[in-house]
Design a protein around this ligand. Structure first.
Ligand SMILES: O=c1ccn([C@@H]2O[C@H](COP(=O)(O)O)[C@@H](O)[C@H]2O)c(=O)[nH]1
Length: 271
């Protein structure tokens, strides 16, 4: 999917919501556990109930890898379901990969070719030759960690090197990489006060923003400086939406939480 298609979808749905599919078998409704593939059945119900309110889904691969082969199969079924039934939806494999070049190429093939995700998250720590293999894929997007939502972000990312915070070096240097127009960046919603400066470095890039909901980030605060002319934001909420209820009404309750965020976004877009 191109960024233009993503922006059109945002305008059409009046939403820049990304729903995180972080499936934990200890949290999903008990009645699903009797089914052959509870993870996929949970995702399918959530997707069917919320697809009109969001523009992206983001399964975090940890929640699938934790269940071994069964988990990976459920991830494959989920992305196939999305690509077949809702091809207009942007898909993000939140895998936080990145390694020496030939290994990164294999990671990129896994998520872009085998699983056919639109994008994958990567860590920048190993540098240019660890990220460029992901950027080589046409019509795919690489979402690089810039300033993360956790408190550990202050351990390294905000530390100065030559009087400039490390996350700013990451943003600036990555702009010179080959196919850098395929880059998006992760910036945590809990770091709202940083968006103004981040936008001076990457005014046109899409930012994936986790941390709204369970982590306490605020949508309005992020949008104030995070939004650009193309909207340029994908706001993720995972637990705050998908675990709104663990009863038989779980999908409807998830939709209700998603609707709250979509309506807030519609208001912001209307301003
Ligand atoms: O800086 C980051 C990068 C990634 N994440 C991931 O996003 C979701 C957030 O889930 P919530 O339940 O809405 O808190 C999860 O998959 C994280 O691993 C992040 O939170 N912060």
């Amino acid at each position: 999917m191109t960024t233009e298609q993503l922006t059109n979808e945002i305008r059409k749905k009046k939403s820049f919501l990304c729903i995180g599919l972080d499936v934990d078998l200890n949290k999903i409704p008990a009645h699903l556990l009797d089914l052959e593939d509870p993870i996929f059945e949970f995702n399918k119900a959530i997707i069917d109930a919320t697809h009109h309110l969001c523009v992206a889904y983001k399964p975090n691969t940890a929640f699938y890898e934790a269940y071994g082969l069964k988990g990976w199969k459920a991830l494959e079924k989920t992305i196939n379901y999305l690509n077949t039934k809702y091809p207009e939806i942007f898909t993000i494999a939140d895998a936080k990969r990145g390694d020496i070049g030939n290994t990164s190429t294999m990671y990129a093939k896994a998520f872009f070719e085998d699983l056919a995700f639109d994008s994958v998250t990567v860590a920048p720590y190993m540098g240019k030759d660890s990220v460029e293999p992901f950027l080589a894929f046409d019509n795919k997007h690489t979402i690089m960690l810039a300033l993360t939502s956790n408190t550990g972000a202050f351990d390294f990312q905000t530390q100065n090197i030559d009087d400039k915070a490390l996350y700013k070096h990451v943003l600036e240097i990555s702009k010179s990489w080959e196919n850098s127009e395929r880059l998006m960046y992760v910036v945590g919603a809990t770091k709202a006060e940083y968006f103004k400066e981040i936008r001076t470095i990457v005014p046109d890039s899409f930012l994936l923003v986790p941390g709204v909901g369970a982590q306490g980030g605020n949508l309005q605060d992020v949008c104030k400086y995070g939004m650009n002319n193309q909207v340029g934001l994908l706001i993720n909420s995972s637990r705050g939406i998908i675990y709104a209820s663990n009863g038989t009404d779980f999908a409807a309750e998830a939709a209700s939480k998603a609707l709250d965020l979509q309506q807030e976004m519609e208001m912001i877009l209307g301003l």
